[in-house]
Design a binder for this molecule. Structure first.
Ligand SMILES: [Zn+2]
Ligand SMILES: [Zn+2]
Length: 211
């Protein structure tokens, strides 16, 4: 069993990104999904926790700004898809304001499995918003973190570096093809469910609706 806490990070330009704190209840092992900003209040929430992973859904600045601080304070391993690694140190690709290096510890690809305590996490490669965008799926709890690929009733933009609209539609179809329902925690805006999106999200519904 995992618990998910949402930490909403808002920067000076009112750019709001969801950072999630995920804890495997039996072991206390914790992961931080997309630490957006180097905030002390995020570090406070992690105090006393065994933070094992920093799970990055994709390499945009608003999903990685807090990675170095969380890593420094907790020793957690930085996880990102191998095709988004190049974005970590390049402001021309991540749209940040500087080239402060961020180093990955674990490069993943489609189907990579990690264990957070007793909870299995499976990587689903969902390119389109970026080349190496992924969803992290907590199989037992039927929970997924969808980054900027799938949002409530919409989908991520595809006009930035590495983006591609057709590829994104294929990724959304791949998500829609998963068996059963999932709780979906996106990179921005509020949470949703996969069944709700299968039914109402026009990017999933129009071309790939399930019977
Ligand atoms: Zn993004
Ligand atoms: Zn974003």
């Amino acid at each position: 069993m995992i618990t998910v806490k949402i930490h909403l990070a808002i920067d000076e330009d009112d750019f709001a990104t969801n950072t999630y704190i995920v804890t495997d209840e039996e072991t206390g092992e914790t992961a931080v999904v997309d630490p957006s900003l180097p905030e002390e209040k995020l570090i406070k929430k992690l105090e006393g926790r065994n933070v094992k992973y920093i799970l990055i859904t994709h390499g945009h600045f608003d999903h990685i700004g807090g990675v170095n601080l969380v890593k420094e304070k907790t020793g957690a391993k930085v996880v990102i898809h191998k095709e988004d690694e190049e974005m970590l140190c390049d402001k021309n690709k991540n749209y940040g304001t500087d080239n402060t290096p961020i180093y990955a510890d674990i490069l993943v690809e489609d189907g990579t499995e990690l264990m957070l305590g007793n909870s299995k996490v499976t990587v689903l490669h969902t390119p389109g918003h970026t080349k190496g965008g992924v969803c992290y799926i907590f199989n037992n709890d039927r929970v997924m973190f969808s980054g900027d690929t799938l949002f409530r009733l919409t989908a991520g933009r595809t006009d930035l570096y590495g983006g591609d609209a057709r590829t994104e539609l294929m990724s959304l179809a791949k998500i829609a093809e998963l068996d059963g329902d999932y709780k979906v925690y996106p990179g921005h805006d509020r949470e949703t469910t996969l069944d709700f999106e299968r039914q109402y999200n026009r990017y999933m519904r129009t071309r790939f609706r399930r019977k």
